[in-house]
Design a protein around this ligand. Structure first.
Ligand SMILES: NC(=O)c1ccc[n+]([C@@H]2O[C@H](COP(=O)([O-])OP(=O)(O)OC[C@H]3O[C@@H](n4cnc5c(N)ncnc54)[C@H](OP(=O)(O)O)[C@@H]3O)[C@@H](O)[C@H]2O)c1
Length: 439
């Protein structure tokens, strides 16, 4: 790694998310001049040199106080192997924002592993993540490369939140048993909007549920153990929680990523070179995830759109129809038009992790109710294009700063399995993604 000239390369810098990542790098340098060390070098990569240069010009005029050096531009198209190899050969950590990942991610993962380049991405596509883990784990470990998927809003707040919550139990000598996750999205008067590539990823994700099942069948990772304590009830349909109100099952990446994290931990693939004496390997728990909705009317609308989306995503003609009319089939939530600055400023997220556990070791022969509970709340700004750039940059910086000290494992990993021994949660707090214990 020593001959690599760039600490970080942002790949896909011309896209909606990639550009926001570049902007955040500049913004952080303007607001917190001490954040980057003096010899920090970086690059931005994409298909068009002209578009990349335009972004640099825009950011340097928007952030005149930024102390960071201007990035170098690298032209790379995922279908041109030599260009991708040139990028990964010169870089310590690639941040990949080129999606949908199921179509374009593997080229970059392969190149990173072959060229000893660590990697983080913003995918929210479990089928891609689990396929990469199954295919490249051994090679990545052998080449001492760290590949970390889902380092955006999908799924760092939750996956690291689960580790954070488990640690609160183990620090007391308690046993965590279950965690329920509730996502609350706060939307301002101008509403919220997601990008077209995210909609495209979701359409193909729902369309390949069968493929994901096949990948899981072929997985050599250890299965999660049968719970020893009280079994967690999972509400498969809409439900009203006494504490939080209406919710529906969370259909995005977080449950798959949390499950994969737990399997990777159990299989022993998340062991870094060094182990801190005060940090225990997170034990398995039962997990359920829900999306909170503000009213019964919202539940009805969500259910109608959900059924229609699920039905259409199951066939090629249905997927074509969805992809043609994203606004129509998402009640205006996804569009080829980018979200406005005001929309981004007005939105925020809150993830509540409600957990239960025991203050004693469990005897599988006695079914005793849990006697300890802890609630953790993770908060942050707009999820897709404000929080995600902040999170993924901190993940890349966590690799840069912790790996040489022996605290980041090699292999194809999830956020929790890559960062459980690092300072990532402190880094996230530094950029406004907070983890707190709640009453
Ligand atoms: N985890 C999260 O919470 C989260 C949040 C936001 C986004 N995402 C994911 O991030 C991905 C990107 O989303 P987006 O909205 O930013 O999409 P986008 O605006 O369409 O950007 C896609 C980027 O990929 C580049 N690209 C396309 N084909 C390429 C190729 N053959 N070689 C090299 N680069 C290529 C595009 O370059 P050109 O400019 O040259 O077309 C562009 O830079 C999606 O998969 C989305 O789901 C995840």
């Amino acid at each position: 790694m020593t001959n690599k000239q760039f600490d970080i390369t942002v790949f896909g810098a011309t896209g909606l998310t990639g550009k926001q990542i570049v902007r955040h790098v500049f913004e952080l340098s303007a607001d917190r001049p001490d954040f980057y060390s003096g010899n920090f070098r970086w690059a931005i990569a994409g298909r068009s040199a002209e578009k990349l240069q335009k972004i640099i010009d825009e950011m340097t005029s928007r952030y005149p106080n930024a102390t960071i050096e201007k990035p170098t531009t690298l032209v790379a198209n995922v279908t041109h192997r030599e260009q991708v190899d040139e990028m990964t050969n010169q870089t310590k950590v690639v941040i990949n924002a080129v999606g949908p990942f199921r179509f374009m991610g593997e080229y970059v993962v392969r190149s990173c592993i072959e060229n000893h380049c660590d990697y983080v991405d913003v995918t929210g596509e479990p089928e891609f993540v689990e396929r990469m883990q199954r295919t490249y784990q051994d090679k990545a470990a052998a080449n001492q490369v760290t590949i970390v998927h889902s380092c955006g809003f999908d799924s760092v707040p939750t996956d690291m939140g689960v580790v954070f919550t488990k640690n609160l139990y183990t620090q007391h000598g308690w046993v965590p048993e279950s965690i329920e996750m509730f996502l609350k999205l706060h939307v301002g008067p101008d509403g919220m909007r997601g990008g077209y590539a995210t909609f495209e990823s979701a359409v193909h994700g729902f369309g390949s549920a069968e493929l994901l099942r096949e990948i899981r069948k072929a997985s050599t990772l250890k299965k999660l153990p049968y719970p020893q304590g009280e079994k967690l009830q999972f509400h498969k349909g809409a439900h009203k929680d006494e504490e939080f109100g209406y919710h529906v099952p969370f259909v995005f990446a977080d449950p798959s990523i949390v499950r994969l994290s737990q399997q990777i931990f159990l299989t022993g693939l998340a062991q870094p070179e060094k182990q801190k004496p005060d940090v225990a390997l997170p034990p398995p728990i039962q997990f359920a995830a829900y999306l909170l909705l503000p009213s019964l009317w919202a539940v009805i609308l969500y259910t109608i759109y959900g059924y229609l989306f699920g039905f259409l995503a199951g066939s090629p003609w249905g997927r074509n129809l969805l992809l043609r009319y994203p606004e129509l089939f998402s009640a205006g939530l996804f569009s080829k038009q980018h979200p406005t600055e005001t929309q981004l400023e007005q939105c925020s997220f809150e993830i509540i992790l409600r957990s239960k556990g025991y203050d004693h070791a469990l005897n599988p022969h006695y079914n005793v109710p849990p006697n300890r509970n802890i609630k953790v709340v993770v908060r942050g700004p707009e999820s897709g294009y404000v929080a995600t750039p902040r999170i993924v940059l901190q993940c890349a910086m966590a690799i840069l700063n912790n790996k040489s000290q022996g605290y980041v494992p090699n292999g194809v990993l999830t956020p929790a399995t890559a960062f459980w021994e690092t300072d990532l949660i402190d880094r996230l707090r530094y950029v406004g993604i907070t983890y707190d214990i709640s009453k």
